[in-house]
Structures are given as structure tokens and as C-alpha cells.
Design a protein around this ligand. Structure first.
Ligand code: CU
Length: 280
């Protein structure tokens, strides 16, 4: 019945869809009931010869009922959905990740920072941000040395808990993965944790869902949800062929070596990419 929704491929997405369907049917039933009753009364009490209009001052039981029922319905739905909302949004409920990456929106691009071979994202602070170091990576942190960055394309392993640390370089963007029912604003100056998982390998669309400027329509990304083996292979290739992550300015020259044939690898190799986009 709700086939027009994109296929759902995350745990939180399945729970989200159950809630969506429930609200959808409650709304549909009430809509039909109200309209059928309205038409019935319109006909039953239509103007007729000899019938007099009649005025009365309301009815306590009826008013009480139509206040109580919606209150119960909305409060019930609120309590019922609170747990799911908490799982999606509460920062203190973010699960322990199997993999965490940084994601940055920039008019009109998405950048992704991976932890590299050591599996640890280097420290970051907005005070370190420059045109060649958009993520604000701390140059003194050894964990950051093997971190690598991709643009537009990003890869994740299937059936793992992913936590995206989300922010924006310039204006409000929104990180929207329709198939995962994940949508979160990217706010400049804030890192927001977005947990989700992927239940099926494949290629999925990432779109910006916040009108962010004249190029908003083109602000898209591609998520490659891979098996753990493929993902590890991809990570290895990236780590081997990568440009040293910013703020190593001289590393930009190394971007020519990334000949893996993977568009994500090629795009990811370029800190040069980010340089040009800053200039826009
Ligand atoms: Cu945007």
C-alpha cells in the first residue's frame, strides 16, 4: 500500500516505517469518518419547507469527549514513538559505533573523513580549520596522520553500527539518506552524532534536504554499502593510495597516485577538490 516509499534498508528505518504506517491509517480512518458524518448531517439537516432553525448552547459531554479523545490519541502516539525518536536523535543514546566517520556539508558538496588504518579519527577543533583543512584536524595528533578524506562518494560496511559526526562548513545543510530514513541538519559550528546501520549492500543516494543556495539541487552524494570484506579492501586501498589528510598542505601533490579505478578513491584523494570548492 505504501509502495511509493523508497525501499527501507536500516533497523531504525523499519521502526520508523511501522510508526509511519500506524499514523497513516489512524489519520485515514479519522478522515473518512469525519467526512462521511459531515455529508450525512449535511443531507439529513438540509433546509426544508416548514422546518425551523434551532439554537442551543453546546453540550458538555460532547465537548468533553472531543477534547479527551484527541488528547489521548496524541499523548499515546507521543509516548509510543518517544523511544524511537530517542534512538534516532538523543545524543546521550548514541550506541557504541563499529565505525565512525566525520561528514561535512559544504555548498554544494559532501566531504567524508575516515579514521584510516588505526581505526581512530584524529582530534579535531574548529580553531584549526583552514581552506585546506576543512575538518579542523589537529596537526599534532598522531591518530589523524592516516585519516583520509573522500568527496561525494562514501563507503560503509553492511550490518554494522555507524555513527556519523555531522557538521557544515558554511550554511545549514541536511544529511538525508532516504532509504535509511535518516535525516539530520548539518549545523555550522556543531558536531551532531547520527547513528544508523545498513541491512543491505548496494548503492544509495545521499541528498541535501535543506535549501542551501542556488546549487542545492546538485548537492548529492553516493553511499556504497558494502560487505565487510569489500569495505576492508576499499579502506586498505584508500589508506595506501591516499593523499595525507589535511593539514598536510604538501600532500596535495600525491593525489595523482591514486589509480585504483574507484571513483570514490580518485575523488577522495584530492584535498585539491576541497580547495577549489572553497574558492567558489
Ligand atoms: Cu545543502
Amino acid at each position: 500500500m505504501l509502495d511509493y516509499l523508497p525501499e527501507v534498508v536500516s533497523t531504525v528505518g523499519i521502526a520508523h516505517d511501522h510508526l509511519f504506517v500506524l499514523v497513516y491509517y489512524i489519520t485515514a480512518i479519522i478522515f473518512v469518518l469525519v467526512n462521511v458524518l459531515m455529508v450525512y448531517f449535511l443531507i439529513k439537516y438540509r433546509r426544508r419547507e416548514g422546518r425551523k432553525a434551532y439554537h442551543f448552547h453546546g453540550s458538555m459531554p460532547v465537548e468533553f469527549t472531543w477534547t479527551l479523545l484527541p488528547t489521548l490519541l496524541f499523548a499515546g502516539l507521543g509516548f509510543y514513538s518517544d523511544d524511537l525518536w530517542a534512538d534516532m536523535k538523543y545524543q546521550n543514546r548514541v550506541p557504541k559505533p563499529d565505525i565512525e566517520i566525520d561528514v561535512l556539508g559544504q555548498t554544494f558538496l559532501w566531504h567524508f573523513r575516515y579514521p584510516g588504518a588505526d581505526g581512530v579519527l584524529g582530534k579535531k577543533d574548529f580553531k584549526f580549520r583552514t581552506a585546506t583543512n576543512l575538518f579542523g584536524m589537529d596537526p599534532s595528533d598522531p591518530y589523524g596522520k592516516d585519516d583520509f578524506i573522500t568527496t561525494t562518494h562514501f563507503n560503509l560496511p553492511v550490518n554494522k553500527t555507524v555513527v556519523v559526526h555531522l557538521s557544515s562548513v558554511d550554511v545549514l545543510h541536511s544529511f538525508f539518506l532516504p532509504h535509511f530514513r535518516v535525516k539530520q541538519d548539518a549545523v555550522p559550528g556543531m558536531w551532531i552524532n547520527v547513528p544508523f546501520d545498513g541491512l543491505k549492500t548496494g548503492v544509495y543516494e545521499l541528498v541535501c534536504a535543506e535549501l542551501c543556495g542556488s546549487g542545492h539541487y546538485s548537492m548529492r552524494g553516493v553511499l556504497h554499502m558494502q560487505s565487510q570484506t569489500d569495505f576492508d579492501k576499499w579502506m586498505n586501498e584508500q589508506t595506501k593510495s591516499k593523499t595525507p589528510a589535511p593539514p598536510v598542505a604538501e600532500g596535495a601533490a600525491a593525489s595523482t597516485e591514486s589509480g585504483t579505478g574507484d571513483p570514490a578513491a580518485t575523488m577522495g584523494a584530492g584535498t585539491a577538490n576541497s580547495d577549489t570548492s572553497v574558492a567558489q
